[in-house]
Design a protein around this ligand. Structure first.
Ligand code: GMT
Length: 377
């Protein structure tokens, strides 16, 4: 099948999932065309079935806002015609499903009927899409997609609660290539980050308010008071400077390393002992799954789709949002001795296996079949 994938190319779960999906589909023989404004961060164009088409938006000084949706829908029309694409898969409702719908309608004028699958990722529903300024357009785009998927049962329920949805929503969880993530420990650079006796705690995100970085630091502060430990914070975002200030205030700045965005999260995770994700909201928590796939247990909040990924007492522990006391106690209980830690590490990895690429990508292929049949009817 020839599939066009539209996604956000930057650091962030939805772009990562879209990219990994495209690569996995190409491995299975599908021809994949990524259409977005920048080459997706995890995309290496080394596969003969993977293409990337850049959407450029000319900067016209008269406009306060440059019309990206217009440029995207025009690019979609051109590429779908040029490469004879069979199916369009848009990740993130805003503005991709909206632009995709416009492309579909333009193509219909030329008697080209292209099915559109929309995957909802979370922030497009719970944070941004739900805003009254966007809600009618998001509702319309979801209802006018041929097939809609969401990355967790919890996100499906949120979508049905927040919007007037007339479409079936299929849950297709996020996934991970377990083999790609199991880096042998010998390759690790642990000694660059921490002393032998120190536990390494890691947090990876785009450091936005929703990730509750203050809680990450508060939990770590309590851990480091009871055992030697280091905290590695991977990512860039608006909460970075306040977080650095908080570390200084708490006098733990030497124990916290901010390493910025990284293309090598596996190499960081492979020497991590614990992953913290105390988010205010998380429709799935791909970062937690990536940690688990590297045998890193997770301390998280119990919001959104996190309980579908992180299993209480097995791959880690979950607490109510903001309950840093319980999160720190649970973290210490995992880290306190080698036997408990290695038990949790093993189970974290076993829990992640359920989400391996080979189990989930066929579900997307089934969804594509459904969408193709819908158009054929
Ligand atoms: O929150 C982020 O880190 C970015 C955001 C995005 O849109 O890329 O992530 C959302 O989609 C991810 C992939 O499906 C999910 O794993 C994240 O849980 C979800 N973020 C939120 O719901 C806050």
């Amino acid at each position: 099948m020839k599939i066009a994938i539209v996604c956000y190319p930057t650091f962030g779960g939805s772009g990562v999932v879209a990219t990994e999906l495209g690569l996995a589909l190409a491995e299975k023989g599908h021809e994949i065309h990524f259409i977005t404004y920048k080459q997706p961060v995890r995309l290496e164009l080394l596969h003969k079935l993977v293409h990337y088409h850049e959407v450029s938006v000319p900067n016209y000084p008269l406009f306060q806002y440059q019309p990206y949706e217009l440029a995207l829908s025009s690019k979609l029309v051109d590429m779908i015609k040029l490469y004879k694409i069979d199916l369009l898969h848009v990740h993130y409702a805003i503005p991709h499903a909206y632009a995709g719908y416009m492309a579909k309608k333009m193509l219909e004028e030329e008697n080209i009927h292209i099915p559109m699958v929309t995957t909802l990722h979370g922030t497009d529903i719970t944070l941004v899409g739900n805003h009254p300024f966007y809600k009618p357009a998001v509702t319309f785009s979801i209802n006018n997609s041929d097939v809609v998927t969401s990355v967790s049962q919890s996100l499906k329920e949120d979508t049905l609660r927040l919007f007037d949805i007339k479409k079936e929503i299929y849950v297709v969880p996020n996934f991970i290539d377990i083999n790609k993530h199991s880096i042998p420990f010998t390759e690790c650079q642990r000694e660059l980050m921490a002393k032998k006796e120190e536990r390494i705690i890691t947090h990876i995100s785009n450091l936005r308010k929703v990730k509750r970085i203050d809680d990450v630091i508060e939990i770590f502060d309590r851990i480091q008071k009871s055992m030697p430990a280091k905290l590695i914070i991977v990512g860039e975002g608006p909460e970075k400077i306040p977080a650095e200030k908080l570390c200084k205030q708490k006098n733990i700045e030497e124990k916290v390393k901010f390493v910025g965005n990284s293309h090598e999260i596996d190499k960081i995770l492979c020497f991590s002992d614990l992953f913290l994700l105390p988010s205010e909201h998380e429709s799935f928590g791909l970062a937690a799954l990536e940690a688990m796939a590297c045998s890193v247990p997770v301390i998280s909040s119990n919001t959104g789709g996190l309980p579908e990924v992180n299993i209480q007492g097995v791959s880690g522990f979950l607490s109510d949002v903001g309950n840093v006391t319980e999160m720190a106690q649970n973290a210490i209980s995992i880290l306190q001795d080698e036997k408990t830690l290695s038990e949790f590490k093993k189970k974290a990895m076993q829990t992640a296996l359920k989400f391996d690429t080979k189990n989930i990508v066929p579900l997307y292929e089934e969804v594509y079949e459904k969408a193709m049949n819908r158009i054929a009817i």
